[in-house]
Design a protein. Structure first.
Length: 576
């Protein structure tokens, strides 16, 4: 794997720091990002060219934009000889905004339309503050935003601030998906149009110029933007996964329609502004079949006022209240469980792993729920991931497997094998990771009962992975490119993960509604009225039409049984 070299830099006002390979976070665009303590250092790939552009003067201007939601530069980074190499800023963490668009995020994190309005309003405050300071954001696409939600109080963080236009430094690039094609300049009005594109997706989960519309190809986003042919156009067809537009406060909904459909360019109202509500826009659902009876549905649990928010493939469902329900007995076996906790099946019960203040802690829940135990064993870690019935902790040393062994009647939990991983530059999902080695991407995937693979995947170079799921010899993920195009990419591996086959297709957004069963069968819902069942290793694909299938059924599995959550209820689905 390619890794960065150890580099010593001097930070204005901070002094000399050493950037080591393990501090590397990502490489792309014009620079490489390193994390050290509570700071992030950006080193330009071509610092000489950046100096010619006067970037150090621009950084000084941008450093005056002090706002809690803006990750602005704090000072210049230089070599020991005084050569300008880049700049530094405070470290910001959070959920990628693209993930906030998804129904899975709303369900699992308890994100509501009230949370959405708070987030959207705070993003609006960022634009107002920047404009008052003489700056234009230019390219505030969803990849340049993070959202902190640890206390259920959504706070945005805007990054890549050095690309803003300010003073004599003009705009340079913009993602086509947020570009105002009715303007030849970048100004406050074009900024507000871009704000509208991104925040509309926070509410509804869909780009305002997507969906199916007669006369336009599904991929012709630019053509529809130029024609003002938005989702407000009569005849547009949207699937059930799109959240109803009534979740948007009336005055702001009216502003969205005027902006996207009529070409008006004004500053938007706050989501909390009061006024006469705009007429409710009714979605047209895109159901492709009238067939029914192809599938068998069975309701497993559904508790009034306590919806299910997550299914664990070991046979448990987590409710909003924190109750953990055994799907076999339908009884609660634990309480106060967090949605970010991970669980696997072990002897006579389940092993639970969680992160508390940077420490991985573990507990046991017996099958009857009568015996719960917290183990003394712990280790410093960033997160827990699972693969089937294997559990891992992400530590400074890499990916450490957690072992639970039964000695007589006592369970002993300990560290197992550790696979070396550069933690800061690896982005983790539920059961795999994507490692950025100076712009070259690798997949890190547990497989079999004792192995972890690290596979070079050039298909991900230049892309940002948003979501993904892994299973037996298979990984499906959603990634977005610099043009704002979302791609579904699927990898099917050989038994030893030494090589793979890849399949790529365009998709409307970051939602990935798919589950991977241990036996290697996958189920997916990509459009209303159709369940796709496929076996990646042999190429078998079966599409089952049934009008009861809807895209807001969020798929999961209990071992080799396909489950889904819809309206807070857990159901199973199978063929007849």
């Amino acid at each position: 794997m390619g890794v960065p070299k150890t580099t010593k830099v001097i930070l204005d006002g901070k002094g000399l720091v050493t950037l080591r390979p393990n501090d590397h976070v990502a490489t792309g665009g014009e620079g490489s990002i390193f994390k050290i303590s509570d700071m992030v250092v950006k080193l330009y790939l071509n610092p000489e060219e950046m100096v010619k552009r006067g970037i150090h003067e621009k950084i000084k201007l941008l450093s005056k934009l002090n706002h809690p939601y803006i990750v602005s530069p704090k000072g210049i980074a230089k070599s020991e000889s005084g050569k300008i190499l880049g700049y530094y800023m405070l470290y910001a963490d959070g959920h990628p905004l693209s993930r906030v668009f998804t129904n899975e995020f709303y369900q699992r994190e308890g994100f509501t339309k009230q949370h959405a309005s708070t987030l959207v309003d705070r993003m609006r405050q960022v634009f107002q503050f920047a404009h008052q300071g003489g700056a234009i954001l230019v390219d505030p696409n969803e990849l340049n935003w993070l959202m902190q939600f640890s206390k259920k109080d959504p706070e945005p963080r805007v990054v890549d601030v050095d690309s803003w236009a300010i003073g004599r430094w003009p705009a340079t690039v913009i993602m086509p998906s947020i570009h105002d094609h009715h303007s030849n300049v970048f100004d406050e009005k074009s900024d507000w149009f871009s704000w509208g594109i991104v925040t509309f997706q926070v509410y509804t989960g869909i780009h305002p110029y997507k969906g199916t519309l007669d006369g336009f190809d599904r991929s012709d986003l630019t053509g529809r933007m130029k024609k003002n042919a938005s989702v407000f156009t009569p005849g547009v067809r949207l699937n059930k996964a799109v959240r109803d537009f009534s979740c948007i406060p009336g005055p702001l909904l009216g502003w969205y329609e005027a902006t996207f459909q009529k070409g008006e360019r004004t500053e938007p109202p706050s989501p909390f502004d009061t006024g006469i509500a705009a007429p409710r826009i009714i979605k047209v659902l895109h159901v492709t079949t009238s067939k029914t009876g192809s599938l068998v549905y069975e309701k497993l649990i559904g508790f009034t006022n306590d919806p299910a928010i997550r299914i664990y493939q070991c046979g448990l469902a987590l409710l909003k209240s924190g109750a953990l329900v055994d799907l076999r007995t339908k009884h609660a076996i634990a309480n106060n469980v967090n949605a970010n906790n991970e669980i696997v099946k072990i002897n006579n019960g389940w092993l639970l792993g969680k992160i508390e203040h940077g420490v991985a802690r573990f507990g046991f829940i017996s099958e009857d729920g009568m015996h719960n135990e917290n183990f003394q064993f712990s280790l410093n870690a960033y997160r827990i991931i699972t693969y089937e019935n294997r559990m891992f902790a992400v530590t400074n040393q890499g990916l450490t497997e957690i072992k639970a062994v039964l000695f007589g009647s006592k369970i002993i939990v300990s560290s197992g094998q550790t696979w070396g991983v550069m933690v800061n530059s690896t982005k983790w999902f539920e059961n795999f990771g994507v490692f950025d080695a100076m712009g070259a991407k690798f997949i890190i995937a547990p497989f079999s009962e004792t192995s972890v693979a690290q596979v070079r995947v050039k298909e991900l170079d230049g892309l940002q992975v948003i979501s993904g799921k892994a299973g037996n010899r298979f990984i499906s993920l959603i990634a977005v490119n610099k043009q704002g195009d979302y791609k579904k990419i699927e990898f099917t591996f050989e038994k030893d993960y030494s090589s793979y086959k890849v399949w790529t297709a365009d998709t409307d957004g970051p939602e990935l509604n798919l589950t991977v069963l241990p036996k290697g069968v996958c189920a997916a819902i990509t459009k209303d009225g159709e369940l796709t069942v496929f076996v990646p290793t042999n190429g078998t694909v079966v599409r089952i039409e049934d009008k009861q299938i809807e895209t807001d059924m969020l798929l999961s599995n209990w071992e080799n049984t396909v489950l889904y959550i819809q309206n807070g209820e857990v159901w199973s689905v199978r063929t007849r």
